[in-house]
Design a protein around this ligand. Structure first.
Ligand SMILES: *[C@@H]1O[C@H](CO)[C@@H](O)[C@H](O)[C@H]1NC(C)=O
Ligand SMILES: *[C@@H]1O[C@H](CO)[C@@H](O)[C@H](O)[C@H]1NC(C)=O
Ligand SMILES: *[C@@H]1O[C@H](CO)[C@@H](O)[C@H](O)[C@H]1NC(C)=O
Ligand SMILES: [Cu+2]
Length: 147
């Protein structure tokens, strides 16, 4: 990863190395979206993402939601195209990454491999879960520097 790691001075590098080893954040994490709340209608995922930032490249997000069974709302996971469609909950050019059944069991795992913003949202109810249900959040994973 050629992300300016070489520009950090030796002293800064040492401090970062000490800090990362002290807090053991040197490895990719697996993060359950929503924590114990999982992926459901009416939880503020923007706030959750804010409280759980920063996230890093190669971190994995796990979306957990029950498959539809008559008593539960179905959910899914879409990647929205850009910030504008994220704001508007516009799914026209969005890509479904997990359907209504993929969140069962151990959940649906998504590894953030690229240095780009990811706009996640539930596409159920033609934008209703995204808008009213607050089932959307954005992540810009940061590169981790290895020394
Ligand atoms: C969700 O949380 C964000 C960040 O804390 C806050 O700005 C926003 O108003 C909240 N949304 C709702 C609908 O409460
Ligand atoms: C549907 O799923 C919910 C949550 O897992 C569960 O509590 C409920 O018993 C299930 N209903 C049926 C009919 O399977
Ligand atoms: C979800 O995707 C799986 C394949 O990964 C497929 O077998 C299943 O039928 C799909 N479910 C729905 C409801 O589209
Ligand atoms: Cu939903």
């Amino acid at each position: 990863m050629a992300f300016k790691c070489g520009l950090i001075s030796y002293a800064q590098g040492l401090i970062i190395l000490l800090t990362t080893s002290m807090f053991a954040v040197g490895f990719a994490k697996t993060i359950v979206v929503g924590g114990t709340e999982n992926w459901h209608f009416g939880f503020n995922y923007t706030n959750w993402a804010f409280q759980n930032s920063p996230m890093y490249l190669n971190d994995a997000l796990v979306f957990k939601y029950d498959p539809p069974n008559g008593t539960t709302f179905p959910h899914n996971v879409y990647l929205l195209r850009d910030f504008r469609s994220f704001l508007d909950c516009d799914f026209r050019k969005a890509k479904m990454v997990a359907n209504v059944t993929h969140g069962g069991g151990k959940g649906f795992k998504f590894v953030m491999k690229k240095w780009r913003p990811y706009y996640f949202a539930c596409g159920e109810g033609a934008g209703f879960h995204c808008k009213t249900g607050m089932m959307k959040f954005a992540v810009f994973p940061l590169p981790r520097c290895h020394f």
